[in-house]
Design a binder for this molecule. Sequence first.
Ligand code: SF4
Length: 343
Amino acid sequence: MPGDAKWSAISKSPLTNTYGESAGTAGFGINLKRAGYDALVIQGKAEKLSYIYINNDEVEIKEAQFLRNKDSLETFQILKRGLNNPKVSIAAIGPAGEKLVRFACIVIDEHSFAGRCGIGAVLGSKNIKAIAVYGNKRPSVSSPDKVEKLAREQRKKIRNFASENGFTEHGTPAAVLSAAQTANLPVQYWREDSWDKAEKISAPNYTRVLKVKPRACLYCPVACHRQIEIDHPKKYALKGAGPQYESLSFLGSNCLFSSAPVIKLTSSAFFSVFGEKLLTIFDNILSKRLPSTELQFVDNRNERLNNIINLAFNFPSFRDICYKSECGGYFVLSLLVWFSCSY
Ligand code: SF4
């Protein structure tokens, strides 16, 4: 059925110490179900860093020392190549999860995030770097024909709705402008209720500048995720998952950065060094540090953000320090915040 891509990772949250639940999408849940499982329960802890590979009825726990300190995107690519199965879905943690950073997330198939409650640190605490799953069985239902008919109707209805409303073409970035028009966009951490540059980071400008193509979770007719491409400047050229409303608003309007490519590059740099959730923390710290009198510096901000990208991409020691411990991550984060807030 359309919408089936949604699944949840559930645990006691290391962040709040209470019930924690974080939803992801991509192809993980559907593959798990097709492998024959409704839920996967992980008890105890592996002795060494490991990954779980579920291939229909076969379940293996394999050694993963070779993935230590790899970010979640590298982990995805290495495992996918190694497993030699283009249809496998992979949920992975980066160095933040390994180091038990309490807001680490799980990244699924490079473009979906179970980002709440520090669920990535829970996997890290169990020494599980990734879970790869592939299933090709059809779940049994009591009236297959009725389910098939219902799925066809719903798929058509949802696809038409998403396409008529521009949701497939523009995805969640379209929400930046509509949020701005209704004074519902975080601008300088809600100090202001409007921002005249919202249009620059919102669709359709975003769609054009980042050469966006829609990207779908498995069997989803909406395809709200974004596949983007940056080809200039050449040394930062990249293709991959594009920033969505959250990154655009918290790293864009919240911090008054108005360049969609620069926001994408910065979020990639932070993603690579810290993991996605630290980006949010950084956004919030940075925007709180900016008093409204600094509005006059708006035009310098994209340049300053460019400098941060340079630092994060070109100074390998940042990665090294960050990967050594949770404290290392906070230390580097503080340096970056100081750097980006100083004039
Ligand atoms: S593409 Fe968007 S709407 Fe479709 S399942 Fe993924 S997150 Fe949900």
